[in-house]
Design a protein. Sequence first.
Length: 401
Amino acid sequence: MTSQDAEYLSKAVDPIMSPLLASLLKEKPSDVSGFCSKYFSSKNRVAELENQLALLSTQNSRGGAGFPQGSPQEGKGMSGLVIKVNHISRICASAEASRAFYMDVCGATLLNRPNFPSPGFWLWLGNVQLHLIQGKNASEEASHAAGVATGNVNHVSFEVYDFDAVEANLKKMGVPFKKNRVPEGGAVIHQLFLQDPDGHYVEICDCNRFSDFVFGPKPDPSAAKELASSYLEGVDPTGATVAAVAALAFLPGQGPDNESLGYLHNCFQFLSKGDDSIDSKDLGDMLKRMGQPCSPDEVAALVKTADADGTGKISYAEFVKMMAPRLKPGRSNAELQAAFDVLDRDGSGHVTEDELLLMLWGMGQRMDEGQLKGAIKGADKNGDGQVNFNEFLALLSKMSS
């Protein structure tokens, strides 16, 4: 490369690189050609990456790239031909009222809409369009069968960044909703169900917490089976059973003032499913559902320890003899601390509504939102919305008095 060529290149590159190139030209003229070649190659690569980033940004603003294009396959319908969902439609009695709901309550943004004869709006929900169409048959379109649970009706679901903040805002705005908690995979999904002006259901949830699982590789059945049958270190069947019985103490009507049944009798009836004894299989199944899997041999050993008459099952008298001392605060709180730790899944030192729900649902005890809050409130003496160990001991003391 001649000095004249290098001089030209030093003026062609950007202001930051020009002084560097001029310096290199003076010190090592023979290296200038290679330097310039690498520089322009890198600059072209940066431009390519910037174009790709701009394309991805555009795709993201329009709902993502969708499915990759493929070759049509016989018997596969539209596989390889479909890009993504473009929009969903809602027939509404008042397009303006529905627009206000979806924009002011749900945070949708307004899109351009062709000048169709019927009134309506096109809105953006973050990854898909919502087309609101005003029509006389809105009530029929939004109808739902009476008595059907909110999770079993047609609905649109929104992921949110901060579930608690959304719930607080809806309360402040006076927007009615029904709250659900669904134990799933050792955690709890939170849901809020509200209805638009026509009665269409809208769900607010933190389901995105499970995105890695949902979009991840298919679970290995053998690994799942091994996990389900594994032993949770530090919690033996006895401790897990004490935790189960302790969890039932949170339920209303379990105190000594219950005239029909005592607390332990209630627990026994629940664990035995109304039978006159508890067998090892039912006990083992319950412990697994609680997230406290124990091997059949470990459960059988527990039953054998309590089974004084050798029937292979635990009778009510044997159940009381095994459990009553362990549930009485003051004798030794070590076992009760272990039981509390089973309930306190995150090790925070408190039992939360979600943690109690996971335990009780695993045992087969269903609770709605009101019952769950009432169960915690009954033991929560300091009003912080959760139960610490001392409050847990006070609850059990009341049960055993």
